[in-house]
Design a protein around this ligand. Sequence first.
Ligand code: GUN
Ligand code: FE
Length: 416
Amino acid sequence: MELFHGNIVFSRSRDEIVQYKDSYIAVENGVVEGIYPRLPEKFAGAAVTDHGDDVIIPAFSDLHVHAPQYPQRGTAMDVLLYDWLNNYTFPLEARYAEPEFARAVYDAFVDDLILHGTMHAAVFGTIHARATGYLLERMEEKGMHALVGKVNMDMASPEYLCENVKSSLRETESFLEKYMDNRTAKPILTPRFAPTCSRDLLAGLGKIGRKYQVGVQTHLVESLWEAQEAVRLYPDCGSDTGIYEKAGLLGNGPVIGAHFIFPQEDDIRILKKYNGYAVQCPDATVNVIAGIMRTGALSDDGVKIGLGSDIAGGANLGIYSQISRSVQLSKLKKFYEPEENRSISFEQAFWMGTKQGGELFGKVGSLEPGYAFDALVIGGIADPFHVLTPVQITERFCYLGETGHIKARYLSGKRI
Ligand code: GUN
Ligand code: FE
């Protein structure tokens, strides 16, 4: 048994964030055993790590991030999705055919993810199975909870990223076989999005999904252009989400739809039917998409919502900044389209970035008993002029925090 002392903050449910001031968190085999305001007799003699006045919070979950786009972040931010992909992103992704380049970037990416306090992530690789395998292995080695996908795309893409159906499916199947039995970092099917995926490719992936009982991540109704292109290409499927249902890709495991900004009734109905996640990526939304998710209304409607950095559509790896930005964007959405949304609270946004997002990976994202002690220690952000509660310190961290305010990081109870 190990004990950690400090101020403790976590989400219990969508609307309930709790704080334990000056308390002890007991951890056994990397899992939270309990929280105690005073050190109980039964733990006399156990080692205590004292974090003083600092705030212990759960580590973050990033539900949508493109590892290969790491070198591109913060550049080409003055164009929209179609041009951004074709002129900047695709040429960069082509470079992951070179294993050495891939290794160098993925090492840096994984380290930076941890630096920013993200211990759980749903990650896109590229079409290159070998490079994407290296990324997955790195995350497994670190003990991070991850879903990592080799991307599939076989049309309307530059020649150098355009796969043929047969080899795309063959490589995907061996990718799954190789990593399915991993401990914490597992494979997931990753058709890029409807505009670059043929019917044969999606149907083939659906078969693989059923055979291996593995889930899917993609971009769903992300921009006006993409939403229109999806139903133009697949008029018989009724909606963008319907394309994946018809291909047999839903219901085999986790379902993750990034952005979900322009859903029709049918998209919402289908996503809910399969218990899928809509991922809000506030930075990417403003940078390359120019639409705002109806986060508040969708959440009220029972849609599961996680947060994503969407590197490099978004430039910031920290999910803490996506938490504050999702509050900001929900207010803008409500102001300009009052019938479309309600604004969300800090509690709700924090829950999306921790407990709700973490649920995708298992018992992570909270500090309740039974959850992995994947945690961050936040400090150096209070000031002497105004006394803040631990929850307020957490909120301030989400608005103006930097990696330097994360004083310690724990993954399954181990300090890293
Ligand atoms: N849609 C298809 N590919 C991408 C991508 O790489 N990033 C974003 N944000 N949207 C996409
Ligand atoms: Fe994306």
